[in-house]
Write a protein that binds this ligand. Sequence first.
Ligand SMILES: C[S@@+](CC[C@H](N)C(=O)[O-])C[C@H]1O[C@@H](n2cnc3c(N)ncnc32)[C@H](O)[C@@H]1O
Length: 261
Amino acid sequence: MSQLQFDADTARRIEALYQIQDALRRRELVRKALAAVRGARVLDVGCGPGFYCLELSEIVGSSGSVVGVDSSSAMLELARARCGGRDNVGLLEGEAIALPVESGSFDRAVCVQVLEYVADVDAVLSELHRALRPGGRAVVWDVDWATVSIHSRDTALTERVLRAWDEHLADPSLPRTLGARLRSAGFEHVRVEAHAFAASGGYPETFGAALVPFIATFVAGRQGIGEVEAEARGAEQHELMERGEFYFASTQFCFTATRSA
Ligand SMILES: C[S@@+](CC[C@H](N)C(=O)[O-])C[C@H]1O[C@@H](n2cnc3c(N)ncnc32)[C@H](O)[C@@H]1O
């Protein structure tokens, strides 16, 4: 069965998801790891609704530039609306495995929660390496979905739901191989930092709570889960939120790597 499609509906839902507190915290961590300075040329691969493009364009200023690339026209439409009027932001429709950019033309490259959706990760890493100038830095961020821990009264159903949710992307545990793959692509100084995102109670501003409707919609019809069962599972999670008993945790991984000088 097909993985998540970044069509107009999903793009709008992801745009809303990326305005919650957990998403702001993640962007702050990414910006810090990227350490882009005034005048830098930054590439955002899989830029989605353009949050990073906008924020990074403010950091690099008018002497720098940000180029966002995404394969989804719906995402790019949102990114254009967000970054409209900024002379230092360029938005291009394109594939991460064949970036429409010149070799060696960027000081920084960022790729947040994109590679886990891509079948040929190594091709994208080669492209990131090609796009960076010698000494340039890449930040690659992905989730290991096997780290997800959820409280539910029906643990067997939750297990099936998580297996079905694994189908929403190409590699649910990409961070496990990402370090070695970055080195194989020619990067050096490869480092990883793990960041836990946890929700205890019913806070809508957390990834865990915000993902409940995404998961309920996606898993229906997969792993033998019917629509009624998927809805009931979503309802149970909302009920737990109302009672302050909701719990969700996951670990996300921030890799930094340098193209050798
Ligand atoms: C989960 S969103 C993340 C968006 C953005 N990086 C952020 O964190 O705000 C994943 C994005 O990757 C894009 N994407 C997925 N596969 C891609 C590919 N092969 N080439 C370019 N973009 C891709 C999707 O269209 C989507 O916009």
